[in-house]
Write a protein of this length. Structure first.
Length: 389
């Protein structure tokens, strides 16, 4: 999708004006593709006659800035080439490359601020243009996948006390899996949903489920009522015997108290002290869409878990642990737990842990997933944003 043209009031031109006192030249905006494997340069005919080459996320200076979330530099004869992460809110969506005269060390912080400004400008323009969305596509999205991506909140959200990071695969064909979250005052709400089937029908069910979840959450309904209403909504508006599994989670960001419900979904993993310490237990209801049809008196169990500062909770869909090549071994829960614990002990940020797990799942199935694979990692740092474990 590299033929997409930027808005005349381009991000690059604005950045050049703002950074003029720094002597900045050769500014290039790179956006990460939906699968987060490649950084694609945005064309800007006002400043470049030849479009720079794409940069891989793994094995390049641009990719290092994207993964680590900090500016990196290389000294050159004409100055210093700097790559700074582009951040929209909490979500890293690309890299800003620029050249500054002399040594860049004294102005690295200013370069990182320019990355933040680029993120703000892109987020603002993206509300009225498809250019940035199109440029992140290395190939066409299916209709169902396009619907799912439009439904998602930002993939990363951070405050001093809590972080949420999620990712979906296959990025260009996903249909049925979805997640949502919101932080209101001291309560973080997170929902993960896996609608049965594939294609547009699954995407429609997922959209209905997320719509029901958001509606009841915004109405201030209790977790039990949100769960029941979601079940009844799917049963009322979807074909008989169709369903979605999932979990609804609430975390008090002051105390770390976690409450949650489970609609026939794989159990979350608790990561503590750099390793998966347990599966969290909750008596499940039937999947949403089936429970009220078969037992209208059923009330969902509400499970509780007191989180400790530095704890993470990993939610995932069955496409993660069931990934396999034809006739091959399942990815499996043990492998998931091992990889999640190993990357947590390496002190990686939640978004990078999720990206590494997804990469491992794709490698295990030779990049040919038969089912959607979705992960959501929640890390509670403590009431004042204490040091991550």
């Amino acid at each position: 999708m590299r033929n997409a043209q930027a808005d005349p009031q381009s991000v690059t031109s604005t950045l050049l004006r703002v950074a003029k006192p720094l002597g900045v030249t050769d500014v290039v905006v790179y956006l990460v593709d939906f699968a987060q494997t490649v950084l694609e340069p945005m064309p800007d005919t006002g400043t470049h006659t030849d479009l720079p080459q794409q940069e891989p996320v793994v094995g390049s200076m641009a990719g290092r800035a994207f993964v680590d979330g900090v500016a990196v530099l290389a000294e050159r004869s004409d100055g210093s080439r700097v790559w700074s992460p582009i951040i929209e809110g909490s979500d890293r969506t690309g890299v800003l490359a620029l050249t500054v005269p002399g040594s860049a060390e004294p102005i690295l912080a200013a370069c990182e601020e320019l990355g933040l400004l680029a993120g703000y400008l892109i987020a603002t323009q993206a509300r009225t243009t498809d250019v940035y969305n199109l440029h992140r596509r290395r190939r066409a999205l299916s209709l169902a996948a396009s619907m799912q991506w439009d439904l998602l909140p930002p993939l990363v959200f951070k405050t001093p006390s809590i972080t949420v990071a999620g990712l979906l695969e296959p990025a260009y064909d996903v249909a049925g899996d979805c997640f949502d979250y919101a932080l209101n005052a001291r309560t973080l709400d997170v929902g993960i949903i896996d609608a049965m089937g594939h294609g547009v029908a699954s995407a429609l069910m997922s959209a209905l489920a997320v719509g029901s979840y958001r509606h009841d959450r915004r109405e201030g309904n209790a977790l039990e009522r949100i769960h029941i209403n979601l079940d009844e909504t799917i049963a009322a508006h979807c074909p008989p015997l169709t369903f979605a599994t999932g979990q609804l989670v609430q975390i008090d960001t002051d105390t770390g108290a976690m409450t949650w419900t489970n609609a026939g979904h794989p159990l979350p993993l608790l990561i503590r002290d750099g390793q998966v310490s347990s599966e969290l237990k909750c008596e499940p209801t039937l999947p949403w869409g089936l429970a009220c049809a078969l037992d209208r008196s059923a009330v969902p169990a509400i499970a509780t878990e007191p989180l400790q500062p530095g704890d993470s909770v990993l939610l995932y869909t069955d496409g993660v642990i069931e990934a396999h090549e034809p006739g091959g071994e399942l990815f499996g829960l043990d492998r998931l737990a091992d990889i999640a614990g190993r990357h947590t002990s390496d002190l990686l940020e939640p978004e990078e842990i999720v990206r590494q797990i997804v990469r491992s799942v794709l490698d295990h199935q030779a990049d040919q997933l038969d089912d959607d694979a979705t992960l959501v990692l929640i890390r509670w740092n403590g009431p004042t944003g204490g040091t991550n474990k």
